[in-house]
Design a protein around this ligand. Structure first.
Ligand code: P6P
Length: 337
């Protein structure tokens, strides 16, 4: 009998916090089914008139489906032992009462601009312990990512999947319909340490720093270049899709800081995008950094703060860091000359 999500979470409920994690993940998974159905139907329960768009805390256009997803996951959080809800779609965290030990950070619908092209999109979530004794509960979101007790993402694609870690490896569950629910599909992802595949938005090339450019150009040079082997490139433009591919077959993903206005720290948000993805990647034997430093050790600036992001096959993440460090050394010696 394939393990169900509920039975898997029960086995981990060895403490009050992990019991809260289990209850919360089950409520989030029910919300994910609702969002998956709304996407698959092509008919979004309109909360606003179709022409009405607003923008989220980061100034990105909010579509009705973004708002619907946020409403759905907020309702799920309100039924869970979660005291604080921090969402990409909300300027400020929402306090949900004084029950429970957890703070939930979430990107309710990441990559929603891809929905009209039928590319897989997802929900990314991170569960943090409340910062006990903190005067302001919102300080829970100022903890580095290695304080996460659970993290994961739902993928709304050809299959509805949940990728989850509670700190004992990274696993994938697949939704098999209302009567069966989510069942275990892969018990322990293991990312190969080496790869021949990189993932980056190459249209930003002219904005890259020299180290990023040199890394990509050497990869593009293939067996005639210093890397001595040929690379492939894949870029879905949807973080959950790129992440799942890397969990399945390895690879290295880069969203570096670049010279565009507002992109010095890249595009991705640390608390509800890079930290939860980094937790899943590390638990699968991969690495995740800001290009130089381990992502899970970095203290976030604020709920919507950004971070440059490099993750995937451990040895290739180290190669990227070497290129970026060489760039910094060259820049330092040039300015000293
Ligand atoms: P760009 C989608 O909007 C998203 O937040 C991530 O899912 C994805 O990795 C990234 O932005 C793509 O950004 O600048 O390449 O379009």
């Amino acid at each position: 009998m394939t393990a169900s999500l509920a039975s898997y979470l029960d086995d981990f409920a060895s403490s009050p916090v992990l019991r809260d994690v289990g209850q919360t993940v089950l409520h989030l998974s029910a919300a994910a089914v609702t969002v998956h159905r709304a996407i698959a139907s092509g008919r979004v329960p309109e909360r606003r008139s179709v022409g009405d768009t607003s923008s989220n805390a980061s100034g990105e256009t909010q579509k009705p489906l973004d708002v619907f997803a946020d409403d759905t996951f907020l309702a799920a959080a309100s039924m869970s032992p979660v005291r604080l809800y921090g969402s990409e779609e909300q300027e400020e965290p929402i306090e949900l009462g004084d029950e429970g030990h957890l703070a939930l950070a979430i990107d309710p619908l990441d990559g929603s601009s891809n929905i009209e092209t039928n590319i897989a999109v997802g929900t990314i979530f991170s569960l943090l312990p409340l910062d006990v004794g903190a005067t302001d509960p919102r300080s829970a979101f100022e903890q580095p990512g290695d304080r996460q007790v659970a993290a994961g993402f739902f993928i709304y694609g050809a299959q509805l999947l949940l990728v989850l870690t509670v700190g004992s490896g990274t696993m994938t569950f697949i939704w098999r319909g209302d009567s069966v629910g989510f069942v275990l599909m892969r018990e322990a992802h293991a990312i190969p340490p080496e790869t021949r595949e990189y993932s980056i938005n190459s249209s930003n090339r002219r904005h890259w720093t020299p180290g990023t450019r040199r890394y990509i150009e050497d990869a593009e040079a293939g067996e005639e270049g210093p890397r001595t082997w040929n690379f492939g490139m894949r870029y879905a433009g949807s973080l959950v899709a790129d992440t799942f591919r890397i969990l399945q077959r390895g690879g290295v993903f880069l969203y570096p800081g670049d010279r565009r206005k507002g992109y010095a720290s890249g595009r991705l948000r640390q608390i509800y995008e890079t930290n939860p993805i980094a937790f899943c990647i590390e638990q699968a034997g991969g690495s995740a950094t800001d290009g130089h430093r381990r992502m899970l050790e970095l203290s976030p600036a604020d709920l919507h703060g950004r971070s440059p992001f490099v993750f995937g096959s451990k040895k290739e993440v180290e190669v990227v860091a070497a290129y970026l460090t060489a760039e910094e050394r060259d820049a330092a010696s040039a300015s000293a000359a």
